[in-house]
Design a protein around this ligand. Structure first.
Ligand code: RP5
Length: 161
């Protein structure tokens, strides 16, 4: 069955971060699949995933990777499905390596790059939902409700607790 969003990641170790995107999509009722697709360890899998993305009906791809994070950019080179990149935080360089690897795409092949780590993954889910909501008013309403609930949860004054 066709899903709207593909959440792909370079390694099992990225899942702790990327599940933040999945959890947002769950909350908003957006269909998705999750796959480990490594630019370096499984390049043929990357190729096939990108080549079949349009025909499989994917509308947005969220791609997370860390270190030499080539997955989002390579995926963007292989499909016109919009790719949202999530730089996974790394131990050696705190994810700045991932961010730089993802954000500096050459003209012609964009990757919408999020913040490093869990916040970036959650925002990738929200960005994907926003894109899909352009043609899905019911999802748009759910996204508006989600945003209003977040705003309502922020106290006006700080407390010591
Ligand atoms: C990248 O290398 C992955 O995206 C991951 O963030 C990083 C480390 O992978 P593992 O060695 O934990 O599998 O390809």
């Amino acid at each position: 069955m066709a899903v709207d969003v593909g959440i792909i990641m370079g390694s099992q170790s990225d899942w702790a971060t990327m599940k933040e995107a999945a959890s947002i999509l769950d909350a908003l009722g957006v269909s998705y699949e999750t796959r480990i697709v490594s630019a370096h360890r499984t390049p043929d899998r990357l190729w096939t995933y990108g080549k079949t993305a349009v025909d499989r009906g994917l509308k947005v791809i969220i791609a997370g990777a860390g270190g030499a994070a080539h997955l989002p950019g390579m995926m963007a080179s292989k499909t016109r499905v919009p790719v949202i990149g999530v730089p996974v935080q790394t131990r050696a360089l705190s994810g700045v390596d991932s961010l730089y690897s993802i954000v500096q795409m050459p003209k012609g092949f964009p990757v919408a790059t999020m913040a490093i780590g869990a916040a970036g993954a959650a925002n990738a889910g929200l960005m994907a939902a926003g894109i899909l909501a352009i043609s899905d008013p019911a999802l748009g309403q759910r996204l508006d409700d989600w945003r209003a609930a977040l705003s309502d949860s922020i106290p006006e004054e700080p407390s010591d607790d």
